[in-house]
Design a protein around this ligand. Structure first.
Ligand code: GLC
Ligand code: GLC
Length: 651
C-alpha cells in the first residue's frame, strides 16, 4: 500500500466527517489518527479492501473512533498522555493482579466497591472483574454469553455502580481490567434476535448456513471446544431454519469478522468500556476470531490482523488502555499475540502465559522440573514492550497444551504422559492427594483437561480429611511455591480469588442444571468472608497462606529485578527436582535474585559453584529475601527443604 493512498483517503474522510464531529476540538485525536492512519488503512484494506463499500466503511470506522474520543473524559485523556510519556509503565514489578467473579466475591458491584480494602491489605493493585454484562439466566457460560454489550447485568448492578467502582479504584491506584467478549454473542443478543427475525443486516453478523454442506466442510478440520456439553461447531436454529456457527456452547453465536460492520461494532464496544474507566481490556478467545474451511480456525493470520487493527484504532482514541490476549493455544502460537516482527506489542501488550501455567502443574505432579525447564526454554522471547500474565489458576480448566517435541525431549511419551497427568489430578492415580475433575473429555480424541481449585489440586482437601499435619503442610507449601513462581518469573502475576486463603472445590454447582455438566464451576467459588476473617487468626491455614502471599507481594514490589525487561535467565542444574532461574537488573551489576524451587518431597541440594549462579550471587553472603535468613549450606551445596522455594540475593 502506498502512503499517498492512505493520505488521500484520510483527507477525504476528514472532509466527509459528520459536522458535529468537526465542531469539536480534537487536536490529540487528529495527531494520533495521522500517526496511525497508514497502519489502520493498510490493515483495514487487507481485511476488507475487496468490498465496494470499502471507503464508506473506512469513514464509519473513523467516525466511531472520533465519537468515542469525544465521549472520553478529560481525566482519562490526561491519563492517556501520562501513559504515553511513561509507555513501559505496566512492565514495573509494582503491579499484582487478581481475577474474580463479582457476584462470587461480593454479590454485586457495590459490594465489591466496599471490599477494596481487602486487595489493599494483600497488596493487589489490579483487579480483573470477569464478565458483568447482561446475559441470559442459565445459558450464560459464566457471563461469556452476552446479550447486551453496553449494559451491566441487573443482578450485578448498574453502569453507574461500575462508574463508582472505577472512581474508587482510581483513588486507590488500583487498575481495572474488564472483559470484552469479542468472538461471540449470546443467542439472546439483539443482533441474534433480529437475525432470527430475518433481518439481513444482522444475519450478516454471524456465520449462517441453509444446509450442512459448508458446516460439514468446516467440521472436517475444526476441533471441538466443549465436546461433552456442546459437541460440533454448528447449531440448528428452528426459527431461522439455518445452521449457526457456535464454536463454544450452542447458545454462543460466533461473530463474522469478514463483515467490517462487526469489526466496527466490537471496536466501538472496546472503546465504550475504555471510556467507562477500564485500564485494561481482556479480549476473550482471540485465537478464534477468523474461520477458514480446511483449517482448525484458530490462530489464523486474519485473527492477528484484526487484533492489530483493534490496537491501532484504540491507540488513537484511548492510548492508555492495554489489551490482554486470552489465547490458550500452543506455546509457539501464544507469543504471536503480542504481534510479530516488532519491538512494541502491535496486538496485545499482555498475554496469558498458559504454557508456564500448564508446565508448573506438570512439575507438581512429576515432582521434577524437567518439562518445565525444557518447555520454557522453547518458549520464544517476548517483545520488549509486552508482558506475560502469569497465573496458577483461573476460572477455566487446565489444558495440557505442551509441545509434544518437548515431552519427547525429556524422555516421556506424549499420550501416556498426558494420561498420567490427567489421572494424577482427577483421582485415578493412587499416589496423589489431588482432587480435580476431568473437563472437556473428548471421546473421539481421548483428550481432556482438568478442573479444580488450586488448594484441592495440591491436596489440601484430602489432607484436611486425613487430618495429618504433614500433608496439610505439604499442600500449603505447594500453594506458596506456585505463587512464588508467578510473582518472580517476570510479568504481571494474576492471582485467582480465594486461592490466597486455600479455598477448596465447591460442589453447589452440581445442583444447578445449567452448571452441573461444566466442572469449571468447582473452582468458581462463592467467596466465604467468614473464612477470610481467619486470615487474622494466628495458626490458621488461612493466615499462613494469606500472610505468606502478602509478604511475597510486598517483597516483589521492592525488587527492581522483578520488573519485566526480558531480564531472566533459566539455569540448567543437574538436579531435576529443582527449577532455578535468575532475575537481574539491566546493568547486571548488583541486585540480582536467584529463584530456586524444589518440587520434591525430599530436601534437595543445589551446587552453588555453577557459573551462572555465581554470576548473580557473587558477593558471598546470601540471604533469602522472604525470611531474611541465610539458608542452610553445606560445602557449596545449598539445601532446599521439600516443596520449598528461595528468592536469594547478595546482602
Ligand atoms: C474464554 C473464557 C471461557 C469461556 C470461553 C467462551 O475462553 O475464559 O470461560 O468459556 O471464552 O466464551
Ligand atoms: C479452550 C479455549 C480457551 C477457553 C477454554 C475454555 O481451551 O482455547 O480459549 O478458555 O477452552 O475452557
Amino acid at each position: 500500500m502506498y502512503e499517498q493512498v492512505s493520505h488521500s483517503l484520510l483527507n477525504e474522510i476528514l472532509i466527509k466527517l459528520n459536522s458535529e464531529i468537526k465542531q469539536h476540538e480534537l487536536r490529540h485525536f487528529y495527531t494520533r489518527l495521522g500517526a496511525n492512519f497508514y497502519a489502520i488503512h493498510s490493515l483495514f484494506h487487507l481485511l476488507y479492501g475487496d468490498r465496494d463499500d470499502f471507503e464508506d466503511q473506512a469513514l464509519c470506522l473513523v467516525e466511531a473512533m472520533a465519537r468515542q474520543y469525544m465521549d472520553r473524559s478529560e481525566q482519562l485523556k490526561r491519563k492517556d498522555i501520562e501513559r504515553e510519556k511513561d509507555h513501559n509503565w505496566f512492565l514495573s514489578q509494582k503491579w499484582v493482579g487478581m481475577a474474580l467473579y463479582t457476584d462470587g466475591f461480593a454479590n454485586n458491584l457495590s459490594g465489591l466497591t466496599d471490599k477494596l480494602f481487602y486487595f489493599q491489605e494483600l497488596g493487589v493493585n489490579m483487579i480483573h472483574i470477569m464478565p458483568i454484562l447482561a446475559c441470559p439466566d442459565g445459558k450464560s457460560d459464566g457471563g461469556y454469553a452476552i446479550s447486551d454489550f453496553r449494559r451491566v447485568d441487573s443482578r450485578i448492578g448498574t453502569n453507574e455502580d461500575l462508574h463508582k467502582l472505577s472512581e474508587s479504584l482510581e483513588k486507590r491506584d488500583i487498575l481495572l481490567t474488564m472483559d470484552v467478549v469479542v468472538n461471540h454473542t449470546s443467542d439472546e443478543h439483539d443482533w441474534a434476535k433480529r437475525a432470527r427475525k430475518g433481518e439481513k443486516k444482522y444475519q450478516d453478523y454471524y456465520y449462517l448456513f441453509d444446509n450442512r454442506e459448508i458446516p460439514d466442510m468446516f467440521e472436517e478440520t475444526m476441533p471441538e471446544i466443549f465436546p461433552e456439553t456442546a459437541p460440533g461447531n454448528f447449531t440448528w436454529d428452528e426459527e431461522m431454519n439455518k445452521w449457526v456457527m457456535t464454536v463454544f456452547n450452542n447458545f454462543q453465536w460466533d461473530l463474522n469478522y469478514s463483515n467490517p460492520a462487526v469489526f466496527i461494532e466490537m471496536l466501538d464496544i472496546i472503546l465504550f468500556w475504555s471510556n467507562q474507566g477500564a485500564d485494561i481490556i481482556r479480549l476473550d478467545a482471540v485465537a478464534f476470531l477468523w474461520k477458514k474451511i480446511g483449517s482448525v480456525s484458530q490462530n489464523e493470520r486474519e485473527a492477528h490482523l484484526i487484533l492489530q487493527l483493534m490496537k491501532d484504532c484504540c491507540q488513537v482514541t484511548a492510548p492508555g488502555v492495554l489489551f490482554i490476549a486470552e489465547a490458550i493455544v500452543a506455546p509457539s502460537e501464544i507469543t504471536k499475540y503480542f504481534g510479530e516482527d516488532a519491538i512494541n506489542a502491535k496486538e496485545c501488550e499482555i498475554a496469558y502465559n498458559a504454557t508456564f501455567m500448564a508446565l508448573m502443574w506438570d512439575a507438581v505432579a512429576t515432582k521434577n522440573a524437567k518439562l518445565l525447564y525444557q518447555g520454557l526454554r522453547s518458549l520464544p522471547d517476548k517483545l520488549e514492550r509486552a508482558t506475560w500474565l502469569n497465573y496458577v489458576r483461573c476460572h477455566d480448566d487446565i489444558g495440557l497444551g505442551f509441545d509434544d517435541a518437548d515431552i519427547h525431549a525429556v524422555g516421556y511419551e506424549p499420550v501416556e504422559h498426558r494420561k498420567f497427568l490427567l489421572d494424577y489430578y482427577t483421582g485415578n492415580f493412587s499416589d496423589s492427594d489431588a482432587r480435580g475433575f476431568p473437563f472437556g473429555h473428548n471421546l473421539k480424541t481421548g483428550d481432556a483437561r482438568i478442573s479444580g481449585s488450586l488448594a484441592s489440586l495440591v491436596g489440601l482437601e484430602t489432607a484436611l480429611e486425613s487430618n495429618e499435619p504433614k500433608r496439610i503442610d505439604n499442600a500449603i507449601q505447594h500453594i506458596l511455591l506456585l505463587h512464588s513462581l508467578i510473582l518472580s518469573f517476570g510479568g504481571l502475576p494474576l492471582l485467582y480469588y480465594g486461592d490466597e486463603l486455600g479455598t477448596l472445590n465447591e460442589s453447589d454447582f452440581l445442583n444447578d442444571e445449567n452448571k452441573a455438566l461444566d466442572s469449571r464451576w468447582a473452582h468458581r467459588p462463592n467467596f466465604d468472608w467468614d473464612k477470610a476473617e481467619l486470615r487474622h487468626q494466628p495458626g490458621t491455614i488461612e493466615q499462613q497462606i494469606f500472610n505468606a502471599i502478602k509478604k511475597m507481594i510486598a517483597v516483589r514490589k521492592e525488587i527492581l529485578a522483578f520488573a519485566d525487561f526480558n531480564n531472566r535467565e533459566l539455569i540448567y542444574v543437574d538436579n531435576p527436582h529443582l527449577f532455578v532461574f535468575s532475575r537481574f537488573n539491566l546493568t547486571r551489576t548488583s541486585g540480582g535474585v536467584l529463584v530456586v524451587v524444589n518440587f520434591d518431597a525430599n530436601p534437595q541440594y543445589l551446587d552453588m559453584a555453577n557459573p551462572q549462579i555465581k554470576s548473580v550471587l557473587s558477593y558471598g553472603h546470601i540471604i533469602d529475601l522472604i525470611s531474611g535468613d541465610t539458608p542452610a549450606m553445606f560445602k557449596n551445596q545449598l539445601v532446599i527443604p521439600p516443596y520449598h522455594f528461595y528468592w536469594l540475593s547478595d546482602q
